[in-house]
Design a protein around this ligand. Structure first.
Ligand SMILES: Nc1ncnc2c1ncn2[C@@H]1O[C@H](COP(=O)(O)OP(=O)(O)OP(=O)(O)O)[C@@H](O)[C@H]1O
Length: 251
């Protein structure tokens, strides 16, 4: 009987820590991300989710330990893209924002145009290609930010609370988009305050507290295993920061 193939490793953090002056934002941790995973990061405000995403992406250097990008056989290092909590849009049209991202990555002009059209279609914004990006609604801007990242053809897409500032319908649209992109084979790492979203999207959930990775489990086990007390409290919505939205996410 043949063994199931082990998905290749894409990124690993090895004893990686991040310090901002006096703030230890990330205590030394080990984390391995493999192809096809959907890793959802949960934890209270300030627990280190954004910092972990940025460290995985390489946007902040590790002040201790190291980050390793693992190349697939015969390929270059995995390509990465990140979508931020509040998408930064240049005062240009929607399509120019996507094309600029591609230009910055050195994609040739004809290919930029092709990928831009494809990406705007992908997120349902083809009809708004010429609209100033800053004039789009919050949900549309977040979809545009995903289009801009997706156009780069990343093997790993990182998203920092992409639905945080959206109304319920825009939240659903963005969540469905992330689900589709992951289903097509893109590895996804995403932070969220919505446990229901973690349940729906994740293959694996990591719980962070005060810069430490406290729990890192397959999604099924995360919601059924006995977890450390802080994580259990978090799941029960007993932490003071949790609002009705996060608590309702458990349903
Ligand atoms: N550039 C920075 N300079 C100084 N401190 C920082 C910086 N970025 C993050 N921190 C601190 O690091 C800690 C972790 O912040 P981080 O943004 O990673 O948390 P988070 O879990 O993403 O929070 P939230 O859910 O509110 O977005 C916090 O104490 C934060 O104030």
């Amino acid at each position: 009987m043949s063994r199931p193939a082990v998905p290749p490793l894409l990124i690993s953090l090895q004893g990686a820590a991040v310090r901002f002056g006096p703030v230890q934002a990330l205590h030394p941790l080990n984390l391995q991300l493999s192809q096809g995973e959907r890793l959802l990061l949960v934890g209270a405000n300030g627990s280190g989710k954004t910092t972990l995403l940025r460290a995985l992406h390489g946007l902040v250097p590790c002040t201790a330990g190291r980050r390793v990008l693992h190349s697939l056989p015969g390929q270059a290092a995995p390509t990465l893209a990140m979508v931020f909590q509040k998408p930064f849009m240049l005062s240009l049209s929607a399509q120019a924002n996507v094309r600029l991202g591609l230009w910055l990555r050195g994609v040739p002009r004809a290919e930029r145009q092709r990928r831009c059209v494809q990406a705007l279609q992908r997120v349902g914004l083809q009809g708004l290609a010429d609209r100033p990006a800053n004039a789009l609604s919050g949900g549309q801007q977040q979809r545009l930010a995903i289009a801009r990242a997706w156009a780069l053809r990343p093997q790993v897409l990182m998203l920092d609370e992409p639905t945080a500032h959206l109304d319920p319908s825009a939240k659903r649209e963005v969540e469905a988009l992330v689900d589709e992109i992951a289903a097509e084979g893109t590895t996804v790492v995403m932070s969220t305050h919505n446990l229901g979203q973690a349940k729906r999207l994740a293959t694996r959930v990591a719980y962070m507290e005060a810069g430490r990775l406290v729990v890192d489990l397959p999604v099924q086990r995360f919601f059924t295993d006995t977890l450390p007390p802080e994580a259990t409290q978090f799941l029960r919505g007993e932490l003071p920061w949790q609002g009705a939205d996060a608590a309702s996410g458990l349903r």
